[in-house]
Design a protein around this ligand. Structure first.
Ligand code: AQP
Length: 344
């Protein structure tokens, strides 16, 4: 890993992505998002933020929120995001995100938001009791991305629809105000076997921070014993592993564990099946547990070490906030002029 920023960013490519400080990060967050930040920070200018504005869409204890932000930063650092190359900041320290979100609220159409499946999943049956913020969450997400004119957004599969909305908002703004190409149409970087990691208890629902069962996920802070135990107890079936992906389609739990193994070892699911075809979970799970412990164990240990010195994390956030404010400022100033604000 180099200490210097990449000399030139190919074609002004820029990454923006965020993670909410709403609980322990897990294997899904790691494989769907964090691991991509680490790889891509060497390829493009990188802005990674802790989404404390988004976190407020559901109740957060004000006395704990700052520490929750620090924990996410510790996770970024522990997996290998390098603050000397990547800009790490708290969303609330860059007011341009919220200011731009208001303008985008006036660009986005109700019909577009009505189609967002994450709102439907999170609001559940009690839509009328959800915050308005939860409904407009993807509009703020568009502002996060476009305030920095990002071209690439590394995220898990669950965010693909929100990224499409960001592109729609960018295109409509460019069209309505007759400024072709003003906002880039950012690309979601989703691909890879870790794009959608499922719960260890139910292969049909995604691994999630908010799942009430801790056995449904491997947390980045879990120690070796907890990781092994969760893999051992993961729901599976009695069949041996097949030699082709098609045969896994009707076995979501088995498909998920094969995908986790592939993502953690950096190979394809086909390669994993080649190695384990014909073997049952009695043989596969101990191998998966060893692999998960070897990759995830050191991350938790490093997070604990980093969190012992909050000062360093706070310094990183202060420097990152300043840089992110500077990057967003010219875009927001231009947007205010474009829309004809009095203060533009
Ligand atoms: N299961 C997953 N598989 C792959 N990627 C995932 N991500 C989340 N879950 C999975 C990706 O992690 C990044 C950060 O997510 P977030 O914190 O912004 O919120 P989220 O998508 O709502 O994640 P959670 O953990 O599932 O939280 P809750 O329980 O609050 O819904 C994103 O890039 C996301 O795609």
């Amino acid at each position: 890993m180099t200490d210097e920023a990449p000399a030139a960013y190919v074609g002004q490519k820029r990454i923006v992505s965020g993670v909410q400080p709403t609980g322990d990060l897990h294997l899904g967050n790691y494989l769907g998002a964090l691991i991509k930040f680490v790889r891509m920070q060497h390829e493009m200018e990188t802005f990674i933020f802790v989404a404390d504005l988004h976190a407020l869409t559901e109740w957060q204890d004000p006395a704990k929120l700052k520490d929750q932000v620090r924990e996410i930063v510790a996770a970024f650092l522990a997996v290998g995001v390098d603050p000397k190359i990547a800009t790490i900041f708290a969303q609330s320290s860059v007011p341009a995100h919220a200011e731009l979100a208001w303008i985008f609220n006036c660009v986005a159409r109700l019909g577009w938001l009505d189609r967002m499946t994450q709102f439907k999943d999170k609001a559940g049956k009690h839509k009328e009791r959800s915050s308005v913020g939860l409904y407009t969450y993807p509009v703020l997400q568009a502002a996060d991305i476009l305030a920095h004119k990002a071209t690439h957004v590394p995220v898990g599969e669950d965010q693909r629809q929100h990224l499409e909305l960001t592109r729609d908002i960018a295109a409509k703004f460019n069209h309505d105000f007759d400024r072709p190409g003003f906002f880039p149409l950012a690309e979601a970087v989703v691909q890879g076997p870790g794009a959608r990691i499922m719960s260890l208890r139910d292969g049909k629902v995604k691994m999630s921070k908010s799942d009430p069962s801790d056995y449904s996920r491997i947390n980045l802070t879990d120690d070796a014993e907890a990781i092994s135990q969760k893999v051992r107890k993961a729901r599976t079936d009695a069949e041996p592993l097949p030699d082709n992906l098609e045969a896994l389609k009707a076995r979501p739990e088995a498909e998920n564990l094969v995908g986790v193994y592939a993502a953690l070892s950096g190979v394809t699911a086909e390669v994993v099946l080649k190695e384990f075809a014909g073997q049952g979970f009695g043989a596969f799970k101990p191998k998966l547990a060893d692999l998960a412990v070897s990759v995830m164990g050191p991350i938790g240990a490093e997070m604990r070490r980093l969190l012992a010195d909050k000062g360093e994390i706070d310094r990183i956030l202060a420097a990152g906030g300043e840089k992110a404010r500077d990057t967003a400022a010219p875009t927001l100033a231009e947007v205010k002029k474009i829309v004809g604000y009095w203060a533009g």
